[in-house]
Structure formats: structure tokens, C-alpha cells
Design a protein around this ligand. Structure first.
Ligand SMILES: Nc1ncnc2c1ncn2[C@@H]1O[C@H](COP(=O)(O)OP(=O)(O)OP(=O)(O)O)[C@@H](O)[C@H]1O
Ligand SMILES: [Mg+2]
Length: 331
């Protein structure tokens, strides 16, 4: 499979700040790569370089077979892009915004109007089509901006945090749209702060930090880098944590971790489901009351934490947020 995006040794400095520090990236045609990284990692800078909006200090990039630095005009006709902040004309209606994009791509008046209507429908904006964008909500602007990126059916799409600020329904809709596009052969590079999004959509995830790719692979490959299964157990009384630790020592295949504030004990195990049964048996035998217990595989959060050392709060994960909320209630 030929590569739709190749970046080699991209460097971009802003004064003392090194936004890109030798970034290498390859995205095969028809696949989805997610750039995942904490705030300031260089994601937007990378996307801006690859979409001709920013000239790197050094390095080279080929997108859709076109040299980004040598032929930016030609490249712009082959890519679609949507930025971290929606770029739409406030004074035009949603319909007019999309129609204008079509004309910029020389699609002709009829085709531009038709495409605008199709996309408004697809992004659930038909009802607001004839209202000026000034009166749109944040999520509506976002969707309109994304629709704009699709007007010309570009073979390569760059979406910088496409679902940030969308409600859950709009996010799911957009995931469907992206999956359809990729099924139709589009290559997609997206940046995201949502681990679930990378997990669900990306064929390959490039973890970026301090302007460099520090790990790359499928979601499963990245997860296996940070270890295997573990049992997470919450006891009723913090005083019982020590007893639990002793009772479970025989099952652990690595170091047991205690989180006294959450009354939690985390035990790395080899044979997950059997170990879970054994663990419960041990605690019953030692008369330690269990508040909550579960077997967990490493999540992308764990991958992040272990690779970047950044705290998870910098990254948003729906299930984790829900978990924290429940913990808050039970205390
Ligand atoms: N125009 C600029 N002038 C000065 N510094 C900049 C500029 N643009 C980006 N930077 C710096 O470059 C680094 C990378 O920024 P970038 O916007 O690419 O990060 P990001 O990964 O997209 O972050 P976020 O998740 O917050 O969107 C940051 O340290 C940022 O402060
Ligand atoms: Mg950014």
C-alpha cells in the first residue's frame, strides 16, 4: 500500500520553544492514524505543516504524492482540513459557507449547492442551513467546519481535534462519518485528546510528546507495552488494606500497589480470570469485606501515563471520568 502521508525529520521552533523536534510519521493510504499527545505536544503544529499552513525549519513531507514544501498550491487541492478552532464565516449562513467552499474548489454552482445540501443533511444542520453562522452554537460551528473539510471529497483528510466540544450524540455521528469515509478509501490523520476516539477509529496511534513521536502502533500493541492484566479491588475499610495485601501476595506476578485514599489495592496477575476467583476466595477467608472488584486490562490512559509521565487529568476519557464520578459518590 502506498503511503498517503510521509513526514521526515520535521523541526519547527518558536524562539526557544521547540514545537516539533524531528517528527517522523508515515500513514498508509486508506488508513486512520491518530496523533495522541498532551497539551503542547506539537499536534497542531504537525498538522499545520502537513497542510501547508506552516513552513518547518527543516525536514520534508510528502502528502498525496505531493511535496508539501515544493508544491503547496497543488497539495491544497488534494486535502481537506479542519482546524482545532472552527474557521467559518460568521456572516454567511451554513449553506452559503459550504457553497463557497465548493466554488473555491471550482466545483461549479450546481454541484456546489448540491454538495452543500448533502453535507448539511449529513451533519444534522439542515434546519439551521439558512441562518447566519453568528447564531450557531459551538458544536454547530464545529460540525459546519468539518462539513467544509469534506466538500471536495479529498483523498487525504486532516482533522485537528474534530470532536472536541461536541455532545455525545454528535461525537458518535461524526465517528460514523469518519468510518464511512475511510471505508470509501479516504486517508485520515486526526489529533485527539480522547483516548476512546483513538481506540475506536485509529488503525495506528502515534503518541507524541515534546515534538516527537515517542511510540507508535495499534491500540493493542501500545497497551501490551505497559503490561498485562491486573485486579483492582476496593475494600470496605482502609484498615483492611494491609491484610488484603498479605492475602493476595501469592497471586501477584509483580509489585502490588496500594491506593489508601481510594481504599484500593492493585494486583498485577498472569492468569486474569482464575486469579480473580482466587483473590476473592482469599479475601473471604481472611474476612475482608469487598466494596468493589474487577479485572482490568491496561487502557490507553495507562499507556499515556507510562510513556509521557503526564497526569491523566490532562487527557479526557469518558469511562474514566464516569468512574471518578461514581467513586466520588460512594465516599
Ligand atoms: N505561534 C506560536 N508561537 C509560539 N509558540 C507556539 C506557537 N504555536 C505553537 N507554539 C508552541 O509550540 C508547542 C506545540 O504547540 P501545539 O499547538 O502544536 O501543541 P498541541 O499538541 O496541538 O497542543 P493542544 O493539545 O493544546 O492543542 C507549544 O509549546 C506551543 O506553546
Ligand atoms: Mg492543538
Amino acid at each position: 500500500m502506498p503511503d498517503a502521508i510521509v513526514a521526515e525529520g520535521l523541526v519547527k521552533r518558536y524562539g526557544q520553544v521547540v514545537a516539533l523536534d524531528g517528527l517522523d510519521l508515515t500513514v498508509p493510504e486508506g488508513t486512520v492514524t491518530a496523533l495522541l499527545g498532551p497539551n503542547g505536544a506539537g499536534k497542531t503544529t504537525a498538522v499545520r505543516v502537513l497542510t501547508t499552513l506552516l513552513i518547518p525549519d527543516t525536514g520534508r513531507a510528502i502528502v498525496a504524492g505531493v511535496d508539501v514544501l515544493k508544491d503547496p498550491r497543488l497539495l491544497r487541492s488534494k486535502i481537506g482540513t479542519s482546524g482545532q478552532y472552527a474557521a467559518v464565516d460568521e456572516y454567511l449562513t451554513g449553506f452559503e459557507n459550504l457553497e463557497m467552499v465548493g466554488r473555491l474548489y471550482h466545483m461549479g454552482t450546481q454541484r456546489s449547492k448540491q454538495r452543500a445540501r448533502e453535507l448539511l443533511e449529513r451533519f444534522r444542520l439542515s434546519d439551521a442551513a439558512d441562518r447566519p453562522v453568528k447564531g450557531y452554537s459551538g458544536g454547530m460551528r464545529r460540525r459546519l467546519d468539518l462539513a467544509g473539510a469534506l466538500v471536495a471529497n479529498p483523498p487525504v483528510l486532516f482533522l485537528d481535534e474534530p470532536t472536541t466540544g461536541l455532545d455525545p450524540r454528535a461525537r458518535l455521528d461524526l465517528w460514523d462519518v469518519m468510518e464511512e469515509l475511510v471505508a470509501g478509501g479516504t486517508t485520515l490523520l486526526l489529533t485527539t485528546q480522547y483516548l476512546e476516539e483513538a481506540d475506536r477509529l485509529a488503525d495506528s496511534i502515534a503518541v507524541i510528546d515534546h515534538g516527537k513521536v515517542i511510540a507508535e502502533g495499534t491500540s493493542d500493541e501500545l497497551k501490551s507495552m505497559v503490561g498485562g492484566d491486573r485486579i483492582e479491588l476496593t475494600v470496605d475499610h482502609v484498615d483492611n488494606l494491609g491484610i488484603a495485601q498479605q492475602a493476595l501476595a501469592g497471586l501477584a506476578c509483580g509489585e502490588i500497589r496500594l491506593e489508601p485514599g481510594l481504599r484500593r489495592i492493585i494486583v498485577p496477575v498472569d492468569n486474569g480470570s482464575q486469579a480473580l476467583v482466587d483473590a476473592i476466595g482469599q479475601l473471604v477467608k481472611h474476612e475482608v469485606a469487598i466494596h468493589d472488584v474487577g479485572l482490568r486490562r491496561p487502557s490507553l490512559d495507562d499507556v499515556f501515563l507510562s510513556l509521557t509521565g503526564h497526569e491523566a487529568e490532562e487527557l479526557v476519557n469518558g469511562s474514566q471520568a464516569a468512574e471518578l464520578a461514581t467513586e466520588g459518590q460512594s465516599r
